[in-house]
Design a protein around this ligand. Sequence first.
Ligand SMILES: Cc1cc2nc3c(=O)[nH]c(=O)nc-3n(C[C@H](O)[C@H](O)[C@H](O)COP(=O)(O)O)c2cc1C
Length: 325
Amino acid sequence: MKTRITELLGIEHPIVQGGMHYVGLAELAAAVSNAGGLGIVTALTQGTPEKLAAEIDRCRTMTDKPFGINMTFLPSLTPPDYPGLFEVIIDKGVGVVETAGNNPAKWLPMLKDAGIKVVHKCTSVRHALKAQQIGCDAVSVDGFECGGHPGEDDIPNFILLPRAAEELEIPFISSGGMADARSLVASLAMGAEGMNMGTRFIATKEAPVHDNVKQAIIDASELDTRLIMRGLRNTERVLNNEGVERLIEKEKNLGADLKFEDIIPEVAGIYPKVMKDGDVDAGAWSCGMVAGLIHDVPTVKELIDRIMSEAEALITQRLCGILKA
Ligand SMILES: Cc1cc2nc3c(=O)[nH]c(=O)nc-3n(C[C@H](O)[C@H](O)[C@H](O)COP(=O)(O)O)c2cc1C
């Protein structure tokens, strides 16, 4: 397949792996890039410029294909060294940056000067238009189904993607709820020129996370995610578990009085416990509704090859067959 996204990102298949805290390490990013997609290393998991530089070097020992870096902008009491992280990205000659969480305008001039392609991930048409206006090369349009932060508008991808297609001139990637060839073909039909997957890539052999996490995703159905932190306007879709139920109980009891400090035990420092130690009930960790469509743990290459060959069959046989009928 050739789309504006495969051309822009220099990849064989229109498939991107979204940045994921404690999942988007060199092993997964390299596996996705080696399989013809775009792998993405998550900068904030590394935390410091020195560690990010080392992770980029490590990724380069595993692939000679292009890969990207995710830069997530979050409200934080002790913000990470964003200037230092961007400096490393530029010095290391990384070709693509996925920004998320906030408008990346402040950083765009230095990224563009360095010839870096910027894909901004956003959850609404108005934010996508803003990204286009400030000069982003593409956007990832993240629907309400997505694992992680779906924003506050709650528009699912069957509406959001065609709406994005109506408004945008720059190419866009579908994100949220994407798992297989059906997702890819439907995304292309709705105007996207590639698809981004998060949760699906966690349940792969190369994802550098504890097997309990992969099993929890396989065991989960589409009914097993919950939205948390809506009252704080920081809504996150997570896999339900004991910690999340505790958190939701606090949200119910405290109502409008809920403060971030009230839920620190359920949300702070959870990722290493889940992803490294396999304590999947430790607290809140992002997971998409798409868990209901995930039933196996293939290698990344098996997954991407399967998506591409089934997508071709879906288009040439099922869809063309319907046309001729
Ligand atoms: C465990 C997990 C961690 C994530 N961490 C981040 C992150 O640090 N930064 C970010 O921009 N998106 C993050 N995301 C969102 C993904 O990049 C992607 O947008 C989302 O997973 C797409 O929805 P899907 O899970 O239905 O495929 C995370 C998602 C998951 C499942």
